[in-house]
Design a protein around this ligand. Structure first.
Ligand SMILES: NC(=O)c1ccc[n+]([C@@H]2O[C@H](COP(=O)([O-])OP(=O)(O)OC[C@H]3O[C@@H](n4cnc5c(N)ncnc54)[C@H](O)[C@@H]3O)[C@@H](O)[C@H]2O)c1
Length: 342
């Protein structure tokens, strides 16, 4: 298969490209405008997997160009990561989010229909659930979606675009994956030492594990815990951290499933179904780095639910996805090792 990966120069898309090249014989075309992704990441992938990866630098908002790219290339499937994803920015500049996430996704789906590309995997997010109540068994896919910011809404609207399109065009199949907190870097060993070849290079990242790794390495003077008075055992928020290589493998399972099951349109949560608090993560990063870095308590951030943990039974039962790296220490170590290389 020739798979189009939009946003493949970014954090998650590049790991998915790596896993596809490692575990399948599919070829890949990465389409990215490098607004938050990196051409150097694509070059690294091209070095690792010679001849398997084509790069097209283009912007999804250039609809004529995207149409042309689809006419000139034969894609068998699309995995769509390209998006804007900074929640506070989405509140300040909502139209950027509705245009880049919802409008460009709608156009991409339209071109897929026009060109007969009928397998589509979409990057959605746990942000579609908003601030769910505390659920013992984790959040299931059928839980009410009530996103509380334009980012989450733009993604939910994209899910609706896919759902309605699949109802109207019977050949079109899609899987939307709702990611929980993605973290860590390429699990690759050199001389028995963890040596990630790619990782999260995002500038000004707000992701807890990346921020903790940066602080451990002295790239930040200190880091903050936003609120320690939540109704959780240690007062800090609890999240479901999933290693990026496990998440990537879920995309391979999704593609396989779409290839063998016609008439599929569905949504899966992807997480480990267990949570760690902010304090757990910081303690783990301190332990693996051996650095007792400075941490300050700050006010809660609006819109941060106390606990956000997936129930991922559906993806395991339906497409047989299995986690391999469900280990907070390994997640932190891989993030730290990557951070040292930046
Ligand atoms: N990182 C997370 O924890 C997380 C959680 C839930 C969902 N997601 C989703 O996963 C996807 C990938 O996120 P990421 O963390 O890898 O972010 P990222 O910023 O590293 O990757 C996004 C990529 O898309 C590209 N891009 C953005 N707009 C584009 C456009 N108009 N045309 C072409 N390329 C464009 C960027 O240059 C970048 O390479 C996003 O859709 C995001 O909403 C991420």
């Amino acid at each position: 298969m020739n798979i189009l990966i939009t946003g493949g120069a970014g954090y998650i898309g590049s790991h998915v490209a790596k896993q596809i090249c490692t575990y399948t014989d599919h070829n890949i075309t990465i389409l990215d405008n490098c607004s938050t992704g990196f051409e150097s990441t694509v070059q690294k992938l091209q070095e690792l997997f010679a001849g398997r990866i084509t790069f097209i630098k283009a912007d999804l908002s250039d609809w004529e160009m995207i149409d042309e790219i689809f006419r000139l290339n034969r894609f068998d499937a699309v995995i769509h990561f390209a998006a804007s994803l900074v929640v506070p920015e989405s509140v300040e500049n909502p139209l950027k989010y509705y245009l880049n996430n919802t409008a460009n996704t709608s156009n991409l789906v339209k071109i897929c229909i026009k060109q007969g590309v009928n397998r589509f995997v979409f990057s959605s997010t746990a942000a579609v659930y908003g601030e769910p109540e505390l659920l013992e068994d984790g959040i299931r896919e059928e839980y009410e979606t009530r996103p509380i910011n334009p980012y989450g809404r733009s993604k939910l609207m994209s899910e609706w675009v896919l759902e309605d399109t699949a109802k109207a065009y019977k050949d079109f199949r899609y899987i939307a994956l709702r990611y929980f907190n993605v973290a860590g870097a390429d699990i690759f060993y050199e001389n028995s030492k963890l040596a990630p070849r790619i990782g999260q290079s995002t500038k000004n990242a707000t992701h807890l594990i990346k921020v903790a790794a940066e602080t451990a390495l002295g790239k930040r003077e200190k880091m903050y815990i936003f609120g320690d008075d939540y109704p959780t055992p240690d007062g800090t928020c609890i999240r479901d951290y999933i290693h990026v290589d496990d998440l990537s493998n879920a995309h391979i399972s999704a593609l396989n499933y779409l290839s063998t099951n016609t008439n599929t349109h569905t949504i899966f949560n992807v997480g480990y179904g267990r949570g760690f608090s902010v304090k757990d993560v910081i303690e783990t990063m301190k332990r693996v780095s051996g650095v007792n870095f400075a941490v300050e308590i700050a006010d809660r951030r609006p819109g941060d639910p106390a606990i956000l943990v997936s129930n991922s039974d559906k993806i395991k039962e339906t497409i047989g996805w299995k986690a391999q790296f469900d280990d907070l220490e390994l997640i932190c170590k891989s993030a730290l090792e990557w951070e040292k290389r930046l």
